[in-house]
Design a protein. Structure first.
Length: 188
């Protein structure tokens, strides 16, 4: 049922895609704009979105007449683009910087559980067991909560250079993962 190697792989992949450490500058900015970060609510809402997509994402695909392999390749392309963003320091995926309703909306969705995360979860189903993906999601949610709760302290410890190094390292890992997924799921 549970496979430690798969859980670690899924956790690392989701950690790279969610990129909560790379989002620390966004989290800090949101904290300054709204006065506080609602860590618990943002984590729970992001978790509900990810888990719902884990269990119902395939049904949604069937509704549109898509198969998991096609979605996996499309998801790998999104992962590839996210990796390129991280390495090159460019923004291909835009978020609404004017959203002031709550720190929950831009944090839980789309920053934590955005299109890249949902695509990745469906893509992971093509290669990993559902229980292992769920475990990886939970591990990431715990880490996300801790990062959101300690974002002020992390800002001081990492500094700008430390955050940039982490972002680029995980970008390279994402590129390699995307290539692997494309190789595995392309059928000629």
């Amino acid at each position: 049922m549970f496979n430690v190697k798969e859980i670690l792989s899924v956790s690392l992949i989701l950690f790279s895609v969610i990129d909560i450490l790379g989002s620390i500058p966004i989290v800090i900015d949101l904290r300054k704009k709204s006065g506080k970060i609602e860590s618990e609510k943002a984590t729970i809402i992001a978790g509900v979105i990810m888990i719902a997509f884990l269990y119902y994402g395939e049904s949604i695909l069937r509704l549109f007449g898509l198969d998991v392999a096609s979605f996996a390749v499309a998801g790998a392309i999104v992962i590839l683009l996210i990796g390129m963003e991280m390495i090159l320091g460019i923004n291909l995926f835009k978020t609404d910087p004017e959203a002031k309703t709550s720190s929950i909306v831009p944090l839980a969705f789309p920053i934590i559980a955005g299109a890249g995360t949902m695509t990745t979860i469906i893509t992971l189903r093509a290669e990993f067991g559902q229980a292992n993906i769920l475990a990886g999601i939970v591990i990431n949610l715990v880490f996300i909560y801790l990062v959101l709760k300690t974002s002020g302290w992390l800002e001081k410890v990492l500094g700008r250079a430390g955050a940039d190094i982490l972002r680029k390292a995980f970008g390279i890992i994402l590129l390699a993962i995307a290539v692997k997924i494309i190789k595995t799921n392309l059928q000629f």
